[in-house]
Design a protein around this ligand. Structure first.
Ligand SMILES: [Zn+2]
Length: 179
């Protein structure tokens, strides 16, 4: 079953196998699948704030899908982050919404566990900059629209090449319906 945005679903052995193929290595510290393709394959993993080896891990929502990461990387190479940073400097409302997204990110991480080494540190350049569109998009995919405005914009911008409701999986990366 593909849950609505914001509904994290349990991780299965099949998910872990797909994640390992997506990432080219075993996924570590997976707490849940935060967003899935319509075929069921993982798209965003919710990662524990401390990995099994003890390493603090700030990127709670991690975009794993190769088609999504590739398409968003294209946006980064086209200069979208520089435009967003210029707008953050000029638009107080946008800056406030971006900072609120940072607080949402931290609150959701703390629900998984409190790790003092990364207290107050989110990811992707939040709260005041944009350094990684993958992080912002992963957060937006995990929590749904209206929480991370620049993540929402990233998903709109990438939609011609990748979108959550269209399967872009390679045959060996397809998930199984888990519900
Ligand atoms: Zn798919």
């Amino acid at each position: 079953m593909t849950g609505p945005a914001g509904a994290a679903t349990a991780v299965s052995a099949q998910d872990l196998a797909v994640l390992a193929r997506q990432l080219g290595r075993p996924a570590r510290g997976v707490a849940a699948i935060a967003a899935r393709c319509v075929c069921g394959a993982p798209v965003v993993v919710q990662t524990r704030p401390r990995l099994p080896d003890g390493t603090p891990f700030p990127t709670t929502f991690y975009l794993t899908h190769p088609a999504a990461t590739g398409a968003i990387g294209r946006l980064e190479s086209q200069g979208l982050m520089a435009q967003m940073n210029a707008r953050l400097a000029a638009d107080a409302d946008l800056a406030a919404a971006h900072a609120a997204a940072h607080r949402d990110y931290l609150a959701r991480r703390e629900a998984l566990g409190v790790v003092p080494e990364i207290a107050g540190i989110s990811a992707g350049g939040m709260p005041d900059r944009v350094k990684c569109l993958h992080v912002l998009a992963a957060h937006a995919l995990a929590v749904g629209p209206g929480i991370n405005p620049l993540g929402d914009e990233t998903l709109e911008a990438v939609a011609p090449w990748w979108r959550l409701d269209v399967c872009h999986c390679q045959p060996d990366q397809e998930g199984t319906q888990d519900g």
